[in-house]
Write a protein that binds this ligand. Sequence first.
Ligand code: PRP
Ligand code: MG
Length: 210
Amino acid sequence: MERIKIALTKGRTEDQVVPLLEAAGINCEGIRNKQRRLIFDEDPRYEIILVKGPDVLTYLNSGSVQIGIVGSDILAEQENFQYAMLDLNVGKCRFVLASTKDFNPQAHRRKIIATKYPNITKRYFQGIGEDVEIIKIEGSVELAPLIGLADAIVDIVETGNTLRENNLQVFAKLQPVNTKVVVNRLALRQYQPQIKSLIASLAKADDQLI
Ligand code: PRP
Ligand code: MG
C-alpha cells in the first residue's frame, strides 16, 4: 500500500503532536532523534515531513502531501478553512491585541499595529470599524510597541509569559487558536479508508490526552 504523506509543522506543534501520533500507534522514533533530517519513514504506513506552518498548506494544496497538521492561526491568516477534518486539544492559545499600559484603544488618531498576521489583524479592525496601519513583523512582535515601531500588536498568547516579561497588557481578546488536522480533498477520496482510520485513531488519542 502507498504511504500516506503527512506534513507536520515543526517546532512547538511538532513537540506537542509527536506524543499524540505515538499514542495513535505511529512510530516517531526518527522525529524524536532527528538532528537535521526532514523526512521520516520509520512507520511503514506514513512518510512524515517537517515544514513551517504556511508551507504545510502549500504542500497540501498542491496534493504532494495528503495530510497536514497545522495551527488554526495559519489557516485563518491564509483564509484557508476548507480542509480541516479534526480539531486537536493541543496548541491552544489565543490572538490578542496588546500594548504597553499607556496605550489608549479609544484614541482617535490612526493607530499603527505590528503583527505576524496582517490578514487576521485587518479583519479584526474592519470588524470594529477602525482603519489602522498594519506593519508585518516576522517574530518577537512584542518589541514593536516597546521600541516605538507600533502603537500595539496583534499576536498569539499561550501562557502570557512573553507579555508579562515585557510589561505588556491585553487590550482585547480575539479568536482562539488550536492545532488542526487538515486533509487534501482529492486525497480523501483516493485514500479514504487509510485517512479515515488515521483520523479516528488521532481523535481517540487526543480525547485520552485531556
Ligand atoms: C509566540 C507568540 C508569542 C509567544 C506566546 O512566539 O508570538 O510571542 O509565543 O507565548 P506565551 O504566551 O506562552 O509567552 P514564538 O515563541 O513562537 O516566537 P516568535 O514570535 O518570535 O516567532
Ligand atoms: Mg512571539
